[in-house]
Design a protein around this ligand. Structure first.
Ligand code: GTP
Ligand code: MG
Length: 462
C-alpha cells in the first residue's frame, strides 16, 4: 500500500483537577485546606526520524492519545503529570488540519520537533485559595481540557535529485547502482510504490541525496493512478533526472515519453519545469547500433541539447555512463545549493489548535447594555466558586477570561458598566485590562460594595 499520506486523530491529555481537602491532625479539628494541584496532561509531540521514509505506521494505527494528568491529592500532593506521546515522522512530513487542510507544521529544515497539541494545565488545589477572610475554600480549579483534532500527514520527499519517468524505465536500478539504497527492481510496471532515498557518494567527499520516485503515467496530473501523490515529491527536488528507456523494447518512443511526462509535470505545477533537468537514456546495452542516426538517443540529443538540456546515454544494468550522469547532476545540485527547499509556513495558531469550540457556552444580548452567558461548564464553575468573597470573584473572573468569555463579549460590543447575567447572578462589566493595579481595587469595590463596607467597619467575613 502506498503510504505517504495518512489521516490520524490526535488528542492531548486533559489536565488533572485540583483537589479539595483539609488537613486532619490530632487535636486539630479543622485544619487548613491542603488540596494539591492536578498534574499536567501529556503533550502530543511530533519528531522527525531520519531513518523513516514512509508514513506506513500511521496507516496501521489511527488514534493517538496522550495520558491525562492525575488529580491532586490531600496533603498538598501534586497529581502525576500525564505522559507525552511522541509521533515519529519522516523528514518532509507536512501536517495539515484535516478539515480545513490548512498547514499546521512542515517537518522540514529547522523544524525537527514540535509540540502539536499541548496537554491541559493541571488545576490548582484548594490550598491556594485560602485567605484570611475565607479559611475553608471548598473549591479547586478544574484541569484544562484536552485538545483534539484530526490531522492529515503528507510526505514530501526531500532530495537533491529526483529520478522521474514512466514505469519500468530503470529508475530503481539507477538508484541501487549509485547508492546503498535497495529499492525493489522488477520487470513490470509500478514495482516501486513509495519513494526511496539513497545517498550518492562522489569522489572527494561529495555527496547528494537521490530519490527514486514511482513511475508516472499519462494523466498523472489529473490524479490517474496515484500520480498526484508522486508528483508532490518532485516539487522539492532541486534537480530532476528524466529517465527514458532508449531501447524502445516496450515498443514506445522515448521522445514521446519525455513529452508526456513533461506535460504532466507542467499541468501539475509549471514551476517544476524551471528546475534543472538532465535526460538519462537508459538500457542502451539493448541497442544494437548506437550510432544509428535514427536512434532514440540521437533524436533526443538533437531536440534537447539545443535547449541546454544535457543528455546522457547510460546503461544502469551494466553500470555504463553513470559516473558522467552523476557528475552533471552534482554540478546542478551545487549551483542550486544555496536555494533552500521551500518550507511551508504554519497557517494556524498552535496556541489554540485543537481547543474544543466552546459551543457549550451560549451568549445572548438581552438589551443594549445587558448580556447573558450560560452553559453547563459555567454553571459547574459557579457551583465551585464562592462569589461572596473577593478571591472567589477573582477566581471566577479568571476562569471566564480563560474560557474566552470576556473576549467573546468584547466582540459583541460590551461596554464598561454593562451588565452580565449568569444563572441569576448579575455582574457589572469592567475591562480589567484597562485598569492599573490600584484601579482594580476600586473596580472590585464597586462590584462588591457590601464586602468593602464590611472591611471598613473592621469586621471579618465568614
Ligand atoms: N537491459 C537493461 N535492463 C535494465 C536496465 N535498467 C533497468 N533494467 C531492467 O528494467 C526493469 C525495470 O527496472 P526498474 O529499475 O525496476 O524500473 P523502474 O523505473 O524503477 O520501474 P517502476 O518502479 O515500475 O517505475 C528491470 O527488469 C531491470 O532489470 C538497463 O540499463 N539495461
Ligand atoms: Mg522502481
Amino acid at each position: 500500500m502506498f503510504a505517504d499520506i495518512a489521516k490520524i486523530f490526535i488528542k492531548s491529555g486533559k489536565g488533572g483537577n485540583g483537589h479539595v481537602s483539609f488537613r486532619r491532625e490530632l487535636f486539630v479539628p479543622c485544619g487548613g485546606p491542603d488540596g494539591g494541584d492536578g498534574g499536567k496532561g501529556g503533550d502530543i509531540i511530533v519528531e522527525v526520524d531520519k531513518g523513516k521514509n514512509t508514513l506506513e505506521d500511521f496507516r496501521n494505527r489511527q488514534k493517538y492519545v496522550a495520558t491525562p494528568g492525575e488529580e491532586g491529592g490531600g496533603k498538598r500532593m501534586h497529581g502525576k503529570n500525564g505522559k507525552d506521546l511522541v509521533l515519529k515522522v519522516p523528514e518532509g512530513t507536512i501536517i495539515r488540519d484535516f478539515e480545513t487542510k490548512k498547514v499546521i507544521a512542515d517537518m522540514s529544515g529547522e523544524n525537527q520537533r514540535i509540540v502539536l497539541l499541548k496537554g491541559g494545565k493541571g488545576g490548582l488545589g484548594n490550598m491556594h485559595f485560602a485567605t484570611p477572610s475565607m479559611q475553608a475554600p471548598k473549591f479547586a480549579q478544574p484541569g484544562q481540557d484536552a485538545r483534539e483534532i484530526w490531522v492529515q500527514l503528507e510526505l514530501r520527499v526531500i532530495a537533491d535529485v529526483g529520478l522521474v519517468g514512466l514505469p519500468n524505465v530503470g529508475k530503481s536500478t539507477i538508484l541501487s547502482m549509485c547508492s546503498n539504497a535497495r529499492p525493489e527492481i522488477a520487470n513490470y510496471h509500478f514495482t516501486t510504490l513509495t519513494p526511496h532515498l539513497g545517498v550518492v557518494g562522489l569522489k572527494g567527499d561529495r555527496s547528494f541525496v537521490m530519490a527514486d520516485i514511482p513511475g508516472l503515467i499519462e494523466g498523472a496530473s489529473e490524479g490517474v493512478g496515484l500520480g498526484h501523490e508522486f508528483l508532490r515529491h518532485i516539487e522539492r527536488c532541486k534537480v530532476l533526472i528524466h529517465v527514458v528507456d532508449a531501447s524502445g523494447c516496450e515498443g514506445r518512443d522515448p521522445v514521446e515519453d519525455i513529452k508526456t511526462i513533461n506535460e504532466e509535470i507542467e499541468k501539475y505545477d509549471p514551476d517544476i519545469l524551471k528546475k534543472p533537468m538532465i535526460i538519462a537514456c537508459n538500457k542502451t546495452d539493448l541497442i544494437i547500433d548506437e550510432q544509428d542516426s535514427d536512434s532514440a538517443v540521437t533524436r533526443i540529443k538533437e531536440i534537447y541539447e539545443p535547449q541546454g538540456v544535457k543528455v546522457f546515454a547510460i546503461s544502469a544494468a551494466t553500470n555504463t555512463g553513470l559516473r558522467d550522469l552523476l557528475e552533471a547532476a552534482w554540478t546542478y545540485v551545487e549551483e542550486a545549493g544555496a536555494k533552500e527547499v521551500e518550507v511551508y509556513e504554519s497557517e494556524v495558531d498552535l496556541e489554540t489548535l485543537g481547543h474544543k469550540e466552546q459551543l457549550e457556552i451560549e451568549y445572548k444580548r438581552l438589551d443594549a447594555n445587558t448580556f447573558s452567558v450560560e452553559g453547563p461548564k459555567i454553571e459547574k464553575m459557579l457551583g465551585y466558586t464562592n462569589l461572596q468573597v473577593e478571591k472567589g470573584f477573582e477566581f471566577f473572573q479568571r476562569f471566564m477570561d480563560e474560557q474566552g468569555v470576556i473576549k467573546q463579549l468584547k466582540k459583541m460590543g460590551i461596554q464598561e458598566g454593562d451588565t452580565i447575567k449568569i444563572y441569576g447572578h448579575t455582574f457589572e462589566y469592567y475591562d480589567t485590562d484597562a485598569y492599573e493595579e490600584g484601579d482594580m481595587e476600586s473596580a472590585i469595590e464597586q462590584a462588591f460594595p457590601k464586602r468593602h463596607q464590611a472591611k471598613k467597619n473592621g469586621e471579618e467575613e465568614e
